[in-house]
Design a protein around this ligand. Structure first.
Ligand code: GLU
Length: 273
């Protein structure tokens, strides 16, 4: 892609897999990949990033990513999506397997040692999801009473439980959808992650789950990109600001997260430091 370091591995794979297609298009530079942008997102989080049976992706993160890509000069059909599970995000960026990631990705100091972030473009907080008929889980502290809690490896909510509630029996899965199944079938008693994610799962199975307690952290979602690529970071920040000020941000929020009962907040100010 233009003005962004090439994804060498991707270019080699493309050259091997599609020599005729690449030649036929005649497009791109010698790297062969300048016509597409690779974006990482979640595939299993309703309202944020969800792969539909027909292969298309929907959700607020997906719409933010599409808007940003468009501002960078890439139309929707030039986007190559890549699944970005929580624990793999830094590696996908560092290895150049994606150009950027929009995947409920909290900006944190420890992640900033490995990657850079544009944004934030959404602020939410950690919460708990339980089965609708549960009455004894009221907040994180009540989980220390021999409850099994599910969260995802490499996520900030899992880390916070380990740091602040070491008495809780935490089970770490690879994805939140696997935690939702475990919660449904009784293998765990609760699921913890960001409120917007949990609200999406609750809305997906009406009457099955409920959110409990107040949020107990601040999660600032950013777009992850290669460390020290200031040019790309500035361009993505410009795109986020334009999306927020034009009304497209609110429209995307209402469309994707409104059905889960979440009111659109004021869009956050982008951090230019
Ligand atoms: N926002 C949190 C994080 O980045 C939790 C959601 C997720 O795992 O994607 O770790």
């Amino acid at each position: 892609m233009r003005s962004i370091p090439k994804r060498v591995a991707g270019a080699v794979a493309l050259a091997i897999a599609l020599p005729f297609a690449a030649t036929a298009c005649g497009g791109g530079d010698s790297g062969g990949d300048s016509d597409t942008i690779v974006i990482g997102t979640k595939y299993d989080q309703p309202g944020l990033g969800l792969k539909q049976p027909d292969g298309t992706l929907t959700g607020f993160d997906v719409d933010v990513a599409k808007y940003v890509a468009n501002e960078l000069g890439y139309s929707e059909d030039q986007i190559e999506w890549k699944e970005a599970p929580s624990a793999q995000r830094e590696t996908l960026i560092q290895n150049g397997q994606v150009d950027f990631i929009a995947a409920t990705y909290s900006i944190t100091d420890s992640r900033k040692e490995k990657v850079d972030f544009a944004g934030p473009y959404l602020i939410t907080g950690q919460s708990l999801l339980v089965r609708a008929d549960n009455n004894d889980i009221t907040g994180a502290a009540s989980l220390e009473n021999n409850k099994k809690l599910c969260s995802v490896s490499g996520s900030t909510p899992a880390q916070r439980i380990k740091d602040e509630y070491p008495g809780v029996q935490l089970q770490q899965y690879d994805t939140y959808s696997a935690c939702v199944e475990a919660l449904k079938n009784g293998a765990v008693d609760a699921l913890t992650t960001d409120e917007v994610i949990l609200a999406g799962y609750a809305a997906q199975s009406p009457g099955t789950f409920k959110l409990v307690g107040d949020t107990f952290s601040e999660e600032r979602y950013g777009i992850g990109l290669k460390k020290d690529d200031t040019e790309l970071r500035n361009k993505i920040n410009d795109a986020i600001e334009k999306m927020e000020s034009s009304g497209a941000w609110k429209e995307a929020f209402d469309k994707n997260l409104g059905p889960a009962g979440i009111q659109a907040p004021q869009p956050p100010a982008v951090d230019r430091d």
